[in-house]
Design a protein around this ligand. Structure first.
Ligand code: URA
Length: 463
């Protein structure tokens, strides 16, 4: 077997055998296939595609290229949740503690943000002292004792994916469905959870721009999960507008805590949180028939449990326990929440970002005619948060954990002259000035409430 024949074969649009795919992954892992050859094959896959069987083989070959977590010692069904990446997506920070507070063990390995999409590990890094560097033993101990863990991927988890992802980033081969699906699923399968709920984002701020391609990505990932004997469900959710009120690392942690405290719950974020939690619950070992009626809980009953867990403060308490178990100092939380509660009671603007010691700019609605916000383009907001310093263009870039955007008004809100639309935080004066100018262009308005505004966040759930 040789790599040139394999590249030729895929270039001609032919199906690769299991052996050829494993040969390729072993070759890049052991350095006898060079990166220029790997790049050529990636481009051929990008142009000619892969069928479900090839995509599964590629996933498993990458999964087995490094360490595999064995979570069987936990002795429970362990659930994981993964988002394909969006703008303002802080759902993991909410869903994890809610599930753990409901006694559903959550074992999660998260990534850092790259490009316009954020990453949970960067968000968690904004909590003073928090460490996402967790040993395998601690990973298991934390799931057993706290009920949840969120760790950065260990160096040797799916190393072939790490190598290929870096190459894809610089060879215009990121946006290939089989490459995205195998990249995500190789890491999910290597990190060992029994069940996976996938949040497949769809829209201008996501990899998948339209519903059809998002649904196809979801189907491919579910197929991989099933072939690997994992229970897998995908929720396709809208990413044409940012999720919630904030974009930026510490701002999103603050919003997640306000959500868990029940003070500020953006309705679209709440719908997504509930949809994901319901699916996670239904995959878990808590979802058993009731001893009296012998029937399973309905979605409405599970939703009630989820809301009760938040309203009672149990989920916020679990967030605190989880963050502190990983070294986080949450002593600021009580004051922060109390301050926000008072700010709300006295109808003052709320307190997100008040501790930021950089520069702050505000965008106002300046038209004389009142209007409704019809859209806020997620991709533009993502680009602006990158410009402000909240994200990184290259993996090694430093980020400003406090930088970002608060959307003081969101899609569907009515605005009149002088209303505050958004607040921007950055340490870089020039970037801030450009961001203010460009962000204004992300907004479109309408005189009446249109159908577009009432479109829901959940597009489809695939099992
Ligand atoms: N996330 C990944 O881990 N890999 C991709 O290819 C895309 C998103």
């Amino acid at each position: 077997m040789n790599i040139i024949e394999i590249i030729e074969k895929k270039k001609a649009g032919k199906e690769l055998t299991t052996e050829e795919i494993y040969y390729f992954i072993e070759g890049i892992t052991n350095d006898y296939i060079k990166d220029y050859q790997a790049s050529a094959l990636l481009m051929a896959v990008c142009l000619k595609g892969m069928n479900y069987r090839e995509t599964y083989d590629l996933t498993m070959a990458m999964r087995y290229s490094g360490d595999i977590m064995n979570l069987s010692q936990i002795g429970r069904t362990v659930v994981d949740k993964h988002s394909t990446g969006g703008i303002g997506d802080k759902t993991t920070l909410i869903v994890g503690p809610v599930m753990a507070a409901l006694d559903v063990p959550v074992a999660k390995m998260s990534g850092r943000g790259l490009g316009i999409t954020g990453g949970t590990i960067d968000k968690l890094d904004s909590i003073p002292g928090f460490s996402s560097d967790v040993s395998d033993e601690d990973f298991i101990r934390l799931v057993k004792t706290v009920g949840m863990v969120d760790a950065a991927q260990t160096k040797n988890l799916a190393p072939a994916d790490k190598f290929l992802y870096a190459l894809r980033d610089v060879t215009a081969t990121v946006d290939s469905l089989p490459l995205i699906a195998s990249s995500i699923m190789s890491k999910k399968l290597a990190s060992g959870a029994d069940c996976i709920v996938l949040d497949v984002k769809c829209g201008s701020g996501a990899f998948m721009k339209d519903k059809e391609s998002a649904a196809e990505l979801a189907r491919v990932m579910i197929d991989i999960g099933k072939r690997a004997r994992k229970k897998c469900v995908a929720v396709i959710s809208d990413m044409n507008q940012p999720l919630g009120y904030t974009v930026g690392n510490s701002l999103e942690v603050e919003e997640a805590m306000l959500f868990l405290s029940g003070i500020v719950q953006n309705p679209r974020l709440k719908k997504l949180v509930i949809a994901l939690c319901i699916e996670m619950y239904k995959l878990s070992d808590k979802y058993c028939p009731d001893t009296d009626s012998k029937s399973f809980k309905s979605d409405a009953e599970i939703e009630e449990l989820i809301c009760e867990t938040i309203d009672s403060g149990k989920a916020l308490e679990k967030f605190r326990e989880f963050a502190e178990a990983q070294g986080g100092d949450l002593s600021f939380v009580d004051d922060f929440i109390e301050g926000c509660r008072e700010a709300f009671d006295s109808q003052v603007d709320y307190m997100l970002g008040v501790d930021y010691d950089g520069l702050v700019e505000r965008i106002f609605y300046m038209d004389d005619d009142p209007a409704f916000i019809e859209a806020i383009d997620a991709e533009t907001v993502g680009r602006m948060s990158l410009l402000l310093g909240a994200g990184r263009i290259r993996k090694e870039d430093d980020i400003d954990l406090g930088a970002g955007i608060v959307l003081n008004k969101v899609v569907g809100d009515r605005v009149e002259r002088g209303d505050l639309l958004a607040t921007l935080y950055s340490n870089n004066k020039r970037s801030l000035t450009s961001a203010v100018r460009l962000l204004s262009k992300a907004y479109t308005y309408s005189e009446t409430v249109s159908d577009r505004m009432s479109e829901g966040i959940i597009i489809e759930t695939l099992v």
